[in-house]
Design a protein around this ligand. Sequence first.
Ligand code: ACO
Length: 441
Amino acid sequence: MIENAVIVPQEASRDSETVTLKYRGQTYELPILVGTEGERAIDISRLRERTGLITMDPGYGNTGSCMSAITYMNGEEGVLRYRGIPVEDLAEQATFKETAFLLIYGRLPTRKELTRFSVMLNDHSLVHEDMKVFYQNFPRGSHPMGILSAMVNAMRSFYPELNDSSEEVQMTVTRLLSKIRTMAAMSYKISRGHTVVYPRPDLAYCANFLNMMFDSPVKPYRIDPEIVNAVRVFWILHADHEQNCSTSSVRLVGSARVNLYSAISSGIAALWGPLHGGANQAVVEMLEEIRQSGQGYKHFIQRAKDKNDPFRLMGFGHRVYKTLDPRATIMQKVCHRLLSALNITDPLLDIAQHVERAALEDDYFRERHLYPNVDFYSGIVLRAIGIPKNMFTVMFAIGRLPGWIAQWLESISDPNWKLNRPRQIYVGQTRQEYIPIDERE
Ligand code: ACO
């Protein structure tokens, strides 16, 4: 393991005030936990034991599932920091590898550590040749997210567990971070029937991935620094986002003490959904639909507001951000910079800008605090780079991997680590008799 890694979070402090709960003539004092940024939570960890009650919170909008020292976000003020460092500063100055190190090991690497980290990633970038055969047997047209989730889960069979547990974690983390690029690019090449391009040790993380995606024996890929920069920023912006749906899946599945590959595979499966990571693909599809329909963007804004129409404005709204998603502001700038550097005029960008302006001025969106999220512009960026639509969410998964790993490491190192198991309020049929089949009406 890296020395002095900051993996286990400190305990939250306790407020001097408590919350009083009165129930059936009894009074209970519930402690309040306070985080380092002043966030407060009622500690109900002994509620059922003391009162017989559970709490009900569908969608977990009011439920804290863990204490974490990885990512701080404030949805009201549009703040996002990894280990205390604003995401804006990382997007401006850091490499993706440094960001991954920061999330996983709790601090920025020294130059020596970063070099060692790069060497390790290079040493483990190849994928077991037998895995290639595996890829070739997925039916044509399989979604790359389904393939990636299956392949990551399959890694445990190709790379069996090591006896030394700290070496095992270190190796698994390195393999995942390095091989995910190779596996993602390989799935694209194989899906197109093209020759697989192997990783090159002389290329940095982002450039290496782009080369594996786009290089070919007939047309060598020219690495453009503007494209490398866009991928770097895209991955940094997606690197962690505290307890979102896929990260919670990684922690929940991980709580059963499955291996890291399986926990990450469950995160990839959750990320695939259109309400989560699948939104960047859904945004581009929506913009294409607006363009092809010829009905104009205003028609679609009306549809998004119509309660009888299931249509939603993709790339708008967020469970936590009730103001502009800070990642969306950065992604919008990257989008303009890239398109102008590559001299691309994308009609979808025009439509996106009209939709954004109209929605931001519309009472429906204002009253519900619906602002563009990171996915609104990221699809146009990926399209300009040449990433096919069905690979958009795979790009998100590569970026999110360091966050998933950091959250998993933190959860397994937590002294209060427990199998995650929510409860329910049963509202089904009360006890009834079994009726033999011949006696049923
Ligand atoms: N378009 C139109 N109306 C919307 C949208 C939208 N994109 N998002 C929310 N609303 C409306 C809802 O209909 C609801 O209206 P009501 O109060 O009149 O019933 C209100 O806003 C609140 O919506 P909820 O669904 O309760 O909000 P929630 O926090 O559960 O949803 C979500 C967040 C899933 C992201 C939602 O905004 C959405 O579906 N957005 C589009 C998909 C998307 O962009 N997802 C990416 C999220 S970012 C990420 O995962 C990287």
